[in-house]
Design a protein around this ligand. Structure first.
Ligand SMILES: Cc1ncc(COP(=O)(O)O)c(C=O)c1O
Length: 401
C-alpha cells in the first residue's frame, strides 16, 4: 500500500531544469520586469503552437478573460451566455464589468456547454452578443457546433482554454476557436509558470489594446497620459522564464496525463463507473484531470448541503464523498467535480438554461448537477509512480466491496 507520508497531488507543477536557466537569465540581465526576452519568446511560442496570430502574456488566465470580456465590449447589465460547470474564473470577469452571466447547462458527452441548451437560451434572448465557453478538465467542448450557433446569432465567442492547452478538436488546437481565447499557466495546469496567462487572437488591433490596457493604459506621450482605464495585468519576465522552460515539455506532460487516464480506465474496468468522456472521433484532450462518474444505480445515499456532505456506506455501492474520504486516508488528493455556477449562492438569481427548460424546472433537472453529485476528479499528478496509481485504483475498488 501507498506510503502515507508522501502526498499524491491532484496536479502539481513538474519542473525540468530549463525553467531555472531562463529565470536566471532574467535575473542576470536585470530584466526583472514586465518587459524582457522571456515574455516575447513565450508569446511567440504560444501563438505558433496554438495557431493564433497574436498572444499577449498576462499575469493570469483570469486577467486574460477579463481583457477578452472588455474586448467584446460587454456593458453593465448585459447578459452573457457562459459555461455552467466550470471554475468561477470563467465567469467572474463578466461580473467585474457589472454584466450578468446567464448559465448554459452541460452535455453528457464531453461535460461541457451543451449546444442544444445554448440554442434554447438564444431563442429566449436572441440579442445576446457574447458567449464564453470553457473546455473542462482539458476535454474539448463541441466547439464547432457552438461556434456555428454563435455565428448564426452574430455573437462573439470567447474561448476559455485555461485547462485545455495542447488539446485539439478536429486536429485544431483549443485556444484558436474564439475571437478571443485565454490560456492559464497557474500552478496546477498542464504546464505552469507558477502563475500567468495569455490572451490569444487573430485581431492585431485587439492584441495591441490588451498590451496597452494591461500596462495601465499609458498613451504615447512624454508623461503619464491616459484615455482608458488601465490594469496592472502584464506577465512578469521571471514568470515567463518558467513558462519558456516548460513549453518544450508540453507534449510529454500530455502523454503522461493520457497514460494516467488509460491506466485508471483499465484499472477501474468492471466497476460501475465511467471515466470523463470525450468525442473520440473528433477530440484529443490533454487529459489534464482524470475523473470518474458512478452509475446511478451504484450510488449509495449521499446528502450534499451548501458546505458539507454526508453519506451512508452500502455494500456494492459508493459515492464521491466516500471515495474522496478513502483517498484522503492514503494521502491522495482527489476533488469533487467543479460545482456548477447555477448552484453557487452568488449566482442563485441568475438565469439558467437546459436544452429544454429554464427557471425552476431547469434547476430541478439538469446534467451539470447530476455530474456534480456522481462524479469526482482523481489524483492526476504526472509524478505519480505506477505503484501509487495502483494503490489509488485499489482504494477505489474497495469502495464498491
Ligand atoms: C476553466 C478555468 N478558467 C480560468 C482559470 C483562471 O486561470 P488563472 O488561475 O490563471 O487566473 C482557471 C484556473 O485557474 C480555470 O480552470
Amino acid at each position: 500500500m501507498q506510503n502515507s507520508n508522501k502526498r499524491i497531488w491532484l496536479a502539481s507543477p513538474t519542473m525540468h531544469g530549463e525553467e531555472l536557466t531562463y529565470m536566471t537569465q532574467a535575473y542576470t540581465t536585470n530584466w526583472m520586469s514586465t518587459v524582457g526576452a522571456n515574455i516575447s519568446e513565450v508569446e511567440r511560442i504560444a501563438s505558433e503552437k496554438i495557431g493564433c496570430k497574436y498572444a499577449v502574456g498576462l499575469s493570469a488566465g483570469t486577467a486574460a478573460l477579463h481583457m477578452a470580456v472588455k474586448l467584446a465590449g460587454v456593458k453593465p447589465g448585459e447578459k452573457v451566455f457562459c459555461s455552467d460547470m466550470t471554475f468561477a474564473a470563467t465567469v467572474n470577469p463578466v461580473v467585474y464589468e457589472k454584466a450578468e452571466p446567464v448559465f448554459i447547462d452541460t452535455e453528457a458527452d464531453t461535460w461541457n456547454l451543451d449546444p442544444e441548451a445554448l440554442r434554447n437560451a438564444f431563442k429566449a434572448h436572441p440579442e445576446v452578443r457574447v458567449v464564453i465557453v470553457a473546455h473542462l478538465y482539458g476535454t474539448p467542448a463541441k466547439i464547432d457546433e457552438i461556434r456555428s450557433i454563435c455565428e448564426e446569432y452574430n455573437a462573439v465567442l470567447i474561448e476559455d482554454a485555461a485547462e485545455s492547452l495542447g488539446a485539439t478538436y478536429n486536429g485544431i488546437q483549443t485556444g484558436s476557436f474564439g475571437k478571443y481565447s485565454c490560456i492559464s499557466f497557474n500552478g496546477n495546469k498542464i504546464i505552469t509558470g507558477s502563475s500567468g496567462g495569455m490572451l490569444l487572437t487573430n485581431d492585431e488591433q485587439a492584441a495591441k489594446l490588451v498590451q496597452k490596457w494591461s500596462t495601465q493604459s499609458r498613451e504615447p506621450a512624454p508623461w503619464y497620459q491616459h484615455n482608458d482605464v488601465g490594469y496592472n495585468y502584464r506577465m512578469s519576465n521571471v514568470i515567463a522564464g518558467v513558462i519558456r522552460g516548460q513549453f518544450p515539455h508540453l507534449e510529454e506532460h500530455i502523454e503522461a496525463k493520457r497514460m494516467i487516464y488509460e491506466r485508471y480506465k483499465e484499472g477501474l474496468s468492471g466497476l460501475p463507473v465511467t471515466m470523463n468522456p470525450y468525442e473520440t472521433d473528433k477530440a484529443v484532450p490533454n487529459f489534464w484531470l482524470s475523473c470518474l462518474i458512478i452509475d446511478k444505480d451504484a450510488m449509495c445515499p449521499q446528502t450534499i448541503s451548501e458546505t458539507s456532505v454526508t453519506y451512508e456506506s452500502q455494500h456494492g455501492k459508493s459515492c464521491p464523498a466516500e471515495i474522496l474520504e478513502k483517498l484522503a486516508a492514503i494521502n491522495a488528493e482527489g476533488r469533487p467535480i467543479w460545482k456548477p455556477m447555477h448552484m453557487q449562492p452568488i449566482f442563485s438569481d441568475n438565469e439558467f438554461f437546459t436544452a429544454t427548460s429554464t427557471g425552476a424546472q431547469a434547476k430541478a433537472d439538469n446534467v451539470g448537477a447530476d455530474i456534480f453529485s456522481r462524479g469526482l476528479c482523481l489524483p492526476s499528478d504526472i509524478k505519480m509512480t505506477d505503484e501509487e496509481l495502483d494503490s489509488i485504483i485499489a482504494v477505489i475498488r474497495s469502495c464498491f466491496d
